[in-house]
Design a protein around this ligand. Sequence first.
Ligand code: G3H
Ligand code: 13P
Ligand code: ZN
Length: 343
Amino acid sequence: MPLVSMRQLLDEAAKGGYGVGAFNVNNMEQIQAIMEAARETKSPVIIQASRGARSYSQDKFLYHLMLAAAELYPEIPLVMHLDHGNSFETCKSAIELGFTSVMMDGSLKEDGKTPSTFDENVAVTKAVVDLAHKHGVTVEGEIGVLGGIEDGHGAGGSGLEHVTDPEQAVEFVKKTGVDALAIAIGTSHGAYKFSKKPDGSVLKMDRLIEIHKRLPHVHLVMHGSSSVPQDLQDVINQYGGKLKPTWGVPVEEIQLGIRNGVRKINVDTDNRLAITGAIRKVFAEQPEKFDPRDYLKPAREAMKKVVALRMTQFGQAGHASDYKPISIEEMKKFYAGQSAAAK
Ligand code: G3H
Ligand code: 13P
Ligand code: ZN
């Protein structure tokens, strides 16, 4: 099966009332882990690459690994998505390379740190939508700004300074025509999201529910959605790591989101933790080993377990063969029809 459209995956998820995990990758082992988890759980899947991942891997390598994944797992609807595109040019180059979906994160300026104005965000996102839809490519936009700065994305702070304003969200969708909308509800990227189990004072699920009420047909996206499980932290610390106590987003809060319009859930950190723990364990227990396969295999297996669990928890498990994927060529016609109807 060729790489498919994210719009279709999310439309189907909305019909079925489930969410779809979007997992970040930088290399072959991570792609293999996700594809094995998708096969085991019979899940449609979104694989995403950040700008950092594109530069780390030389994105053409990543693209061809994705084509291999699509060929080797033909029963799995598979989307290749750009995570946090910071400019029109970044999104354009991803579309030209063959990504079937892009995120234009215009909530921040091109530096990925400074919050932009609403009008700047609308202008750059709309420009990307116009280009992407001509190519049959899906667009995710973002309104409101994530907290933290740990991995280079985010405006810093607790994440509560720029929680999404519901009225702006409505106007943003109307003005840009995005297919999916990332909102800020107090989460941030990385391991250090919350200093204790989050409650409504720091994780604004009520805000998400309010936005869904105003935009019931828009696919919402939750970023910074790793749960940072204690058991994964423990393995790292048991084998010489130095993670400080921390909390992520509880899975039950994500499931509440899914019941209220969340269709895409971004997870990277949990997989990073699983990989690192597995590698540390081999290094600590078998210091004589030096073949990278001896630690990359357990690392891949550890990531697969986390991804398969999330696929089940998000509800996408079992849905891989519900529908016949629409080709990107057909999506071009779909979007052309949509814009003709709007005129
Ligand atoms: O957007 C956040 C993801 O965790 C990707 O992080 O930019 O370090 O690849 P990265
Ligand atoms: P985590 O750091 O919580 O995994 O979030 C990843 C993310 O939002 C990628 O865009
Ligand atoms: Zn993100």
